[in-house]
Design a binder for this molecule. Structure first.
Ligand SMILES: [Zn+2]
Ligand SMILES: [Zn+2]
Length: 277
């Protein structure tokens, strides 16, 4: 059987709109046969996702998406095939939860200073058991009519350099990659085009990423144009990185990003799933 892969998506365990079980169910409905649930800095959704995967006969790959710092930039590294019970990784996700909570409190405080009260209560309620992310703040600003789209919330308040931005110290790139690889996983650079790096910076990043033990790069993500795809495929080839395929699905209300609705990995790229056992 030919597998259909989607190796990057989110549930309510982080900032997704669907529960882990609902994400798996939807993936199966959209023809995905091998899915990695990769919530931000948490593996809390994996057990529920696995249960649902067993019942619908879908192959679930345990994953995570770690935020990390490198050269003053915030990058995302996806870990595929990780062992969530590996102690250093489990401890790290625990710590990252308090980092996120502290950041959320600082963002809420900054919004209050801009005469936008009530953010903390709202995002806590929206996140429930899951992690608070900036998307929750964007939703709050949208619901209170301070902005008219999620993107505007980032552009006006939440993005780097804006009035409610809070710089956060995540793990260093090398450390995050170590947590992944030492737990038996494969480290994949997530959505490489989203960082808006020059070719020069991209070369530096991929050199550092490889040196730290990174093995893959998302060659296929949602909303990529053919030129971007070509550029990422070139980087994958040049740095001998395996190619991953991931939608970064968050919410069924977004018509542009759907589970499994992705172009095929170019045939000259080594697929990342060959590295997963
Ligand atoms: Zn990401
Ligand atoms: Zn993501």
């Amino acid at each position: 059987m030919i597998e259909r892969y989607d190796l990057h998506c989110h549930s309510t365990a982080s900032d997704g709109a669907l529960t882990p079980a609902e994400v798996v169910q939807r993936a199966a409905e959209f023809g995905v046969t091998a899915l990695a649930l990769t919530d931000h800095d948490t593996t809390a959704g994996l057990a529920e996702a696995q249960q649902q995967a067993d019942s619908v006969g879908l192959h679930l790959i345990p994953g995570i998406e770690l935020s990390c710092n490198w050269q003053n930039k915030c990058l995302h590294v996806v870990g595929l095939g990780i062992d969530p019970s590996y102690a250093p990784l489990a401890n790290a996700t625990h710590l990252l939860q308090s980092t996120r909570l502290e950041r959320a409190e600082k963002i809420a405080f900054k919004l209050e200073q801009k005469r936008i009260p009530g953010a903390m209560l709202a995002v806590k309620k929206a996140a429930g058991e899951g992690m608070i992310t900036r998307s929750h703040f964007a939703d709050f600003l949208l619901s209170q009519n301070h902005v008219s789209t999620q993107q505007e919330a980032f552009d006006r308040y939440l993005a780097k350099g804006k009035s409610a931005y809070v710089s956060t110290t995540w793990a260093e790139l090398e450390v995050a990659i170590n947590w992944i690889t030492e737990s038996g996983g494969v480290a994949v650079l997530a959505h490489p085009m989203r960082y808006k790096l020059t070719a020069n910076w991209m070369n530096r990043l991929l050199t550092a990423f490889k040196e730290a033990g990174g093995q893959g790069i998302e060659v296929i993500t949602s909303r990529m144009n053919p030129d971007e795809l070509r550029r990422v495929a070139d980087f994958a080839k040049r740095f001998d990185l395996a190619g991953s395929v991931g939608s970064d699905f968050h919410n069924p209300a977004n018509p542009w990003v759907e589970l499994g609705r992705l172009p095929a990995l170019p045939t000259h790229i080594k697929p990342v799933w060959e590295l997963l056992n």
